[in-house]
Design a protein around this ligand. Structure first.
Ligand SMILES: [Mn+2]
Length: 349
């Protein structure tokens, strides 16, 4: 197994590549969407937005340049994480620009293939990570995020013009989004896979599905897709394509109400359904959980490493989100702690 670091768009620079190199990671997972263009906030408050999504061209040149920049620090690109909302909001909403946006996504996958990007992670969700609350939930009051149904209004409608907490055409409203049923979201996903997987196969790019975060049945009147271990199995059942895999988030998997996480991960690894792994820990389950440090949650991470190894998984693990350590560099310290712990787990066998 290999250890990687996920970097947000603003972090795709030499300072962060050097940080990753010094930690001893071999891989980077890069976000190209700018989630925080308006104001950096990890949790939504009321109906506010993370900012406006930009429909940039992600070309083979974009990916080549990124890979070349990483190579100067002996880093490899493991995956691009997420499409930009502006690329595919009508794919998620089944709106008038759906077909045009599907062509855009196919173009991105082809460009990734040309540049040798092995994997694109995505999250087929209308609400994204909406509903998180921020607080001192980790050890020693370290700032983290969590989900507490009593602190939000889970049925508040999504403002028109918003997907994934982002404004996709500049402004929001005045109305609200049409509710999305369970059957509708699965139908949209099936059509997405049917069209995308042949392109992914030709390009040699794995499409890796992140589970819903938080894995509720529905939020904001929009049904969630991969919100249980069986929902992942249902998603895999659409296709035996070797390009159809999971961006397996251990945190989300553990937050789901049913299922044995060790058995499920072993099964997905044996079936070669894991693109890469978000290796993070959590305490509790929906509708009430907290993200915590890697060594204080409900998942036995040492056991998880043994399960992965015994099941033949040889891919990349990244820390995903981590609690922030109270110091001058909260993000960096949080990530460094997680990566050091992960390196020791792998070394211990
Ligand atoms: Mn995740």
């Amino acid at each position: 197994m290999k250890i990687g670091l996920g970097l947000y768009r603003q972090m795709l620079n030499d300072d962060h590549y050097r940080f990753a190199q010094q930690l001893g990671v071999s891989h980077i997972v890069a976000h190209l969407e700018d989630y925080f263009s308006a104001d950096p906030k990890l949790v939504n408050e009321a109906d506010d937005s993370w900012g406006a999504s930009r429909a940039e061209d992600w070309t083979a040149e974009t990916f080549h340049r990124l890979k070349a920049d990483l190579a100067r620090f002996d880093l490899e690109l493991a995956a691009i994480e997420n499409f930009a909302v502006a690329h595919w909001y009508d794919v998620l909403l089944d709106g008038p620009r759906r077909d045009e946006q599907m062509e855009c996504l196919k173009g991105i996958v082809r460009a990734a293939g040309q540049a040798g990007v092995p994997c694109i992670g995505y999250n087929f969700s209308v609400t994204g990570v909406w509903g998180w609350v921020r607080g001192p939930f980790a050890r020693g009051g370290a700032m983290s995020v969590g989900f507490d149904i009593s602190q939000i209004d889970p049925g508040s409608p999504i403002p028109e013009g918003m997907v994934w907490n982002m404004a996709y055409r500049g402004t929001l409203g005045p109305g609200t989004q049409t509710p999305v049923s369970h059957a509708e979201i699965w139908d949209r996903y099936a059509r997405f896979l049917q069209e995308m997987l042949p392109v992914a196969e030709e390009a040699g790019v794995v499409l890796a599905a992140h589970p819903d975060d938080p894995p509720m049945g529905a939020l904001r009147l929009s049904a969630k897709l991969v919100n249980s271990h069986d929902a992942y199995r249902r998603a895999f059942a659409f296709s035996t394509s070797p390009m159809h895999k999971a961006e397996l988030c251990l945190g989300c998997l553990q937050e789901m109400p049913e299922g044995d996480i060790y058995e499920t991960v072993a099964e997905f690894a044996r079936d070669d359904r894991i693109g890469y792994i978000h290796f993070r820990n959590v305490r509790g389950k929906v509708p009430n959980y907290h993200e915590v440090f890697i060594d204080e949650g409900d998942i036995d991470m040492a056991r998880m490493v043994r399960v992965l190894r015994q099941s033949g998984y040889d891919g990349v693990l990244i820390p995903d989100h981590t609690p922030e350590l109270a110091c001058a560099a909260p993000w960096h310290a949080g990530k460094a702690f997680a990566i050091g712990y992960m390196k020791a787990l792998l070394a211990a066998g």
